[in-house]
Design a binder for this molecule. Structure first.
Ligand code: CUA
Length: 359
């Protein structure tokens, strides 16, 4: 027995070297693969840079740990497997290995503390960055199942918009609220996200960059049947375009031709395809040939409104759950059209739908 020991240790040392080499190659390949994958959409905020770097560092740190654990598991499963005739044998008794235990406690502890410290520094850094002057304040309100964005208008008035518009290179402070359940405001291109919690104001700071374009706004918290439909657009535009857009929002609606009564007469078709700034556009979810929409989240109105009267159509808008078309679920259509549409708008929408669906 004692003569065999040096031979076995030489053999295991060779195996250890072999494992280290294989592990190192696997780690390098794994890191290369992990870094090659495009995990996120194009970055459109200043916060995206440090967050993407943090992500890469976490990948680089995780791959060797994964490889180490898997190598030991595979090696042990092959080397110490039960061979025929060994069914009743017990393994050698083990009484621990102090040196090994200190090493496998200390290394992960150091690694974790280092990564947590780094992540904390990044978090503090990105939250500080946007507190500079010239901050644009936007109030974001989530509800089942839409987002509404409120901008500071003149004289304390707020401008409501169903789409998010932001100028380039501007720090933005979002105050995020919810009307009903917990939602989560997320623009993947900005990397930042935060819960919208009823009764609480949460804050999110983002600084836009030079990059212009349309970026999806999504809800990242399961909030009901329409959760997946809670998608809008963040438009990052030039400062001039932003000012022009704001001016347009500030102007009272232009009265359409022939609308005599003084108030802005509502156009049913426009309401259907675009909403009114507070209500979501019907056409986003419903198909209607006359309006040229093809949404499929809600019933096809060409079919379901055929031969229906104004009363039925109005009830379908104001109390969407009163009667549910076959194959659809209650609770998906927002229940607030009675509040977000003025009585005139509701009338215009109902008569347009009655006409367009041949009711
Ligand atoms: Cu709102 Cu999910």
């Amino acid at each position: 027995m004692s003569e065999q020991a040096p031979v076995a240790s030489k053999e295991s040392r060779a195996q250890l070297t072999q494992m280290l080499v294989i592990g190192a190659i696997a780690s390098i390949l794994g890191i290369a693969l992990a870094l090659l994958i495009d995990w996120f959409p194009v970055p459109a905020s200043e916060q995206a840079g440090p967050i993407d770097t943090l992500w890469d560092v976490l990948l680089i740190a995780s791959v060797p740990v994964f490889v180490l654990v898997e190598t030991i598991v595979l090696y042990s499963a092959i080397k110490f497997r039960m061979r025929p005739g060994e069914e009743l044998k017990d393994g050698p008794p083990i009484h621990g290995n102090t040196k090994l235990e200190i090493v496998w406690t200390a290394i992960p502890a150091i690694l974790l503390v280092a990564l947590c410290t780094y992540a904390y520094v990044v978090l503090v850094d990105i939250e500080e960055e946007a507190t500079a002057s010239e901050t644009l304040n936007v109030r974001v309100v989530g509800e089942q199942f839409t987002w509404t964005f409120f901008y500071e208008g003149e004289g304390g008035d707020e401008i409501a918009s169903p789409q998010l518009y932001l100028p380039q290179n501007t720090p933005v402070d979002f105050t995020v609220q919810s009307k009903d359940v917990i939602h989560d405001f997320w623009v993947p291109a900005f990397r930042m996200k935060i819960d919208a919690v009823p009764g609480i104001d949460t804050h999110l700071r983002v600084t836009t960059t030079d990059r212009m374009g349309e970026f999806p706004v999504v809800c990242a918290e399961l909030c009901g049947l329409g959760h997946a439909l809670m998608r809008q657009t963040a438009n990052v535009v030039t400062p001039d375009e932003f000012t022009a857009w704001m001016d347009k929002q500030l102007q009272p609606e232009q009265p359409a031709e022939g609308g005599g009564e003084g108030g802005a007469p509502a156009d049913g078709k426009t309401l259907f395809t675009q909403g009114n700034g507070q209500s979501t556009a019907c056409g986003a979810c419903h198909t209607l040939a006359d309006a040229g929409t093809s949404g499929s989240s809600g019933p096809d109105l060409d079919a379901s409104l055929q031969g229906r009267d104004a009363e039925y159509i109005e009830r379908g808008i104001v109390e969407p759950d009163a009667e549910i078309a076959q194959g659809y679920n209650p609770g998906i259509m927002p229940k607030n059209y009675g509040q977000t549409l003025s009585p005139e708008e509701l009338d215009a929408l109902v008569s347009y739908l009655e006409e367009a669906s041949g009711g």
